[in-house]
Design a binder for this molecule. Structure first.
Ligand code: MF3
Ligand code: CO
Length: 257
């Protein structure tokens, strides 16, 4: 496990990341009232395997599924079960895959049918925080520039940052150093260098950002709010800026000069 990934690592991560992005996109397209969480998880696991990947969350520290599906106030690590989606819900879909032994991690939060304006604003702000943070990434900046940007976006939107959980290094394992906090000072943390691979994953709530762990031992839930959102991408720091390894259409390159 090394902080700086090789060109061969990055080529594999790009392949795995494309598969992961297409699985997430396919999963997001199925989200509608009536969908059963366990069925969505089964579709995700099959799509990962059909693409030649392995679901990296399955069995990780005993986690029982290929995806984390987190509903409404649940922030992350929700376990897929028999619950049925209804209009007005939001669903976080978080998937990790290993392809050729290289690990990528990405997540999206999807509205189910019609959501209230407060929820739409939460989704938009969390997505914008992710992309504003990604736009900061370049050699010479510090890891803290990510958290400083997420925090500023959240404060502007009147939303709370979940501080109990962080993004992380990724590439050779599900989780690697360094931690990537979502609330930090730009002068905090290690210097970003070309070849570092990071999972950037802002988590915001309509409350303070405080969370607790559910009795199932996994699900992280907002402690003082009905709504939480998370978006996540795996990126590699380049000479110029960074490249999103798990891109939706049109979001791969973020050269920052
Ligand atoms: N994407 C999750 C994270 O970075 C990984 C979940 S591991 C699991 O925290 F075991 F909870 F699935
Ligand atoms: Co992650």
């Amino acid at each position: 496990m090394s902080l700086i990934k090789s060109a061969a690592d990055i080529a594999s991560l790009r392949k795995g990341g494309s598969l992961l992005a297409s699985v997430l996109e396919g999963a997001a397209q199925q989200v509608r009232p009536g969908l059963v969480l366990r069925d969505l998880n089964a579709w995700i696991e099959q799509a990962v395997r059909d693409g030649g990947g392995q679901p990296s969350f399955l069995g990780y520290q005993g986690y029982p599924a290929a995806s984390c599906l987190s509903l409404n106030a649940e922030v992350v690590h929700g376990i897929p079960d028999g619950r049925v989606l209804k209009s007005g819900d939001i669903l976080g879909i978080d998937v990790g895959i290993a392809l050729d032994g290289r690990f990528t991690d990405a997540a999206v939060t999807v509205p189910v049918g019609e959501v209230v304006p407060e929820v739409e604003a939460l989704l938009r702000a969390t997505y914008e925080a992710l992309h504003a943070a990604i736009a900061q990434i370049r050699p010479g900046r510090r890891v803290g520039s990510i958290g400083a940007t997420v925090l500023a976006c959240a404060e502007l939107a009147g939303l709370g940052v979940v501080r109990a959980l962080t993004g992380h290094g990724v590439g050779h394992a599900v989780h690697e150093p360094p931690e990537v906090p979502n609330a930090a000072k730009a002068t905090d943390g290690m210097l970003l260098q070309p070849g570092m691979v990071l999972a950037v994953e802002p988590m915001l709530t309509t409350g303070s950002g405080a969370v607790y762990t559910d009795a199932d031992g996994w699900t992280i839930v907002a402690a003082d709010a009905p709504w939480a959102a998370q978006y996540e991408r795996t990126i590699v720091v380049t000479k110029q800026g960074c490249e999103v390894l798990t891109p939706w259409s049109l979001e791969r390159l973020h050269p920052t000069g």
